[in-house]
Ligand binder design. Sequence first.
Ligand SMILES: *Cc1c(COP(=O)(O)O)cnc(C)c1O
Length: 400
Amino acid sequence: MPDRGGHFGPFGGKFVPETLMAALDELERAFRKARRDRAFRRELEDYLRRYAGRPTPLYPAARLSEALGGRRTYLKREDLLHTGAHKINNTLGQALLAIRMGKRRLIAETGAGQHGVATATVAARFGLQCVVFMGEEDMARQALNVFRMRLLGATVVPVTSGTRTLKDACNEAIRDWVTNVRTTHYCLGSVVGPHPYPMLVREFQSVIGQEARRQILEAEGRLPDYLLACVGGGSNAIGLFHPFVRDRRVRFIGVEAGGTGLRAGRHAATLVKGSPGVLHGARSLVLQDRHGQILETRSIAAGLDYPGVGPEHAYYQRIGRARYVAVSDAAALKGCALLAETEGIIPALEPAHAIGYLARLAPTLPRRSLIILGLSGRGDKDVETLARHLTTDGTNPRRV
Ligand SMILES: *Cc1c(COP(=O)(O)O)cnc(C)c1O
């Protein structure tokens, strides 16, 4: 748990306009009350099970393991959830909290549109109003997700400021929240932003690691040696890691987007290349220039394309509890093809980064090593990108 002010060591906290302090306090009180309330927990569990599709399998990827020299790897299959990724774990939890607080309007920011779709989905399910802020640039790139959100009854608001991408959509969502705070809950999509969001989103995503821990003990009779997950804001990774945090022998590896190289503007590897700073209401690591201007980011995986990261990850890195690495677009594409060929599973480009790193790491590990990889989402949303990149040499579509 963070301290009372929401700090993980030197990271976290609340850096927001005065008008939002009361709303953040209200949210924290509602959250603390709900997590002690058996009726709330039971209701959330019921939706996770019967609506979202939990528990997800912990799948022994035997042919992938074989291809990597026999190090046994299990996949935690969040890709099988309703809407295709782990994001629904969080939006279900926050929608139920919003209802408890008497707020019938949800707002959200989205980059690729995955969090927007997950928010629009639960808003439809509970009959809540839903407004999603999305950069104009992202709307053009992710037209299908814009359509999905609208089909689900949400209003998608184009954001035309700045670079017209995710960080601008975050600013716009915060602005709306300041204006409509009495009626509106801001449904934040990752373990970022001001306290209590990093704590609250982690709590809703920890179901991933709680299940995985139980499942691996059942399957192998022991804990894994490594946990691997991709890190954008960091919610699927922290959800997998956190229930193992006291198991000192279990090593955590977070995989960031290395883009087309680790020079400024070409990647989104915030933990690997960032420096301390304040972004979107919290102190964490940030990709910024010498003057504190936020740098542009890029990644083939839209869900990783963000210049900030959750404060708890910055803390884990600082104290050496987790290690963070960057994997390039090209290695992620190879990871994607590898999983498709060996297991018949097409992953989203985000977790494909973790598979790309696994391909590098596994051959260097002792033979008996046991690994769990968080498969945060499925690749349907990415097939156009995959088709564009995996066929560029005009021959075998499996070659990058
Ligand atoms: C959004 C997304 C991510 C990145 O978000 P985190 O908060 O870092 O988990 C990763 N994988 C998928 C499939 C996503 O949709």
